[in-house]
Design a protein around this ligand. Structure first.
Ligand code: CP
Ligand code: NVA
Length: 314
């Protein structure tokens, strides 16, 4: 049995298989053909943080695959009152077929997975957002950017970390520009560099947005204030001055460059209203692709279950 906790848990071929499944199932869905790949299966979706896209795409996705989604906010289940993650995992995974979790520390997700009898999917942690990056890869392919130079301008956060793993494993060039003090986690950088060496990706780190965006095929960013960082908002807004993706910055990218954003976007901060609206087609295709990319991931995980489904720790 395999869990989808970070992109580095998979080889390039495996990630590509998930993307190919996503492409196939997207075409079937668009043709009105809802193939019940996960008939009668239940996906539990545990949320310790807010969500629009992740909730709607997983719930709709499992339904369109012939199954059912269970939305479990930590405010409503005993997890929120202190029931341990490992007990929650041992209970829920005896009743459902797959689990998606959005939480804070990556270690909490990993603990759940250790005790789970069924595949677990990372729906965002403080460290990674891998389902979003599978979506972004699918979107880049659809927009003809199969071997892109990508510029990520902004916070060295969960999105930046997952971009590092994606570029390293899929083998494309990623240039990161962060403000000083907001660099990526050095342990993630080290691991990404090891993967880049193995697969042929190119990772470039710096502090200059213009240098990063120069002739890029894809420009992307993320909020300066991630969930859980609300108290740092004012300081962050000051520290990120000069890092907004606006028309002037985009003018350094290739003329046919696309701009991607995982959303929610905060116009006037990490992106200007003008750039956002000019690239709305790519951005909202990216949002829709959450539905399709995650179907590919869920079907792939289902196809790779252990025969007996037993977890070593249970
Ligand atoms: N991009 C993303 O994960 O959006 P939500 O927080 O709305 O799920
Ligand atoms: N970095 C953001 C991503 C939101 C989808 C956050 O963690 O809040």
């Amino acid at each position: 049995m395999r869990h989808f906790l970070t992109l580095r848990d998979f080889t390039r071929d495996e990630l590509r298989e998930m993307i190919d499944l996503a492409i196939k199932i997207k075409a079937q869905t668009k043709a009105g053909e809802y193939v019940p790949y996960l008939k009668n299966q239940t996906l539990a979706m545990i949320f310790e943080k807010s969500s629009t896209r992740t909730r709607v795409s997983f719930e709709t996705g499992i339904y369109q695959l012939g199954g059912t989604g269970l939305f479990l906010s930590s405010r409503d289940i005993q997890l929120g009152r202190g029931e341990p993650m490992k007990d929650t995992a041992r209970v829920i995974s005896r009743m459902v077929d797959m689990v998606m979790i959005r939480t804070f520390e990556q270690s909490k997700l990993e603990e759940f997975a250790r005790y789970s009898r069924v595949p677990v999917i990372n729906g965002l942690t403080d460290s990674y957002h891998p389902v979003q990056l599978m979506t972004d890869y699918l979107t880049m392919l659809e927009f003809g950017k199969s071997d892109p130079v990508v510029a990520y301008v902004g916070d060295g956060n969960n999105m930046a970390h997952s971009w590092l793993y994606l570029a390293a494993i899929m083998g494309f060039e990623l240039r990161l520009a962060t403000p000083k003090g907001y660099e990526c986690d050095p342990a993630v950088v080290l691991e990404a560099e090891r993967l880049a060496e193995k697969y042929g990706g190119k990772l470039i780190f710096g502090y200059d947005p213009v240098g990063a965006v120069q002739n890029a095929d894809v420009v992307t960013t993320d909020t300066w204030v991630s969930m859980g960082q609300e108290e740092e908002k004012e300081k962050r807004i000051r520290d990120f001055a000069g890092f907004m993706v606006d028309k002037k910055l985009m003018s350094h990218a290739k003329p046919d460059a696309i701009f991607l954003h995982c959303l929610p976007a905060y116009r006037g901060y990490e992106v200007s209203e003008e750039v956002f609206e000019e690239h709305a087609e790519a951005i909202f295709t990216e949002a829709e692709n959450r539905l399709h990319a995650q179907k590919g991931i869920m079907v792939w995980l289902d196809e790779h279950r252990d025969d007996n489904g037993e977890s070593a720790t249970c």
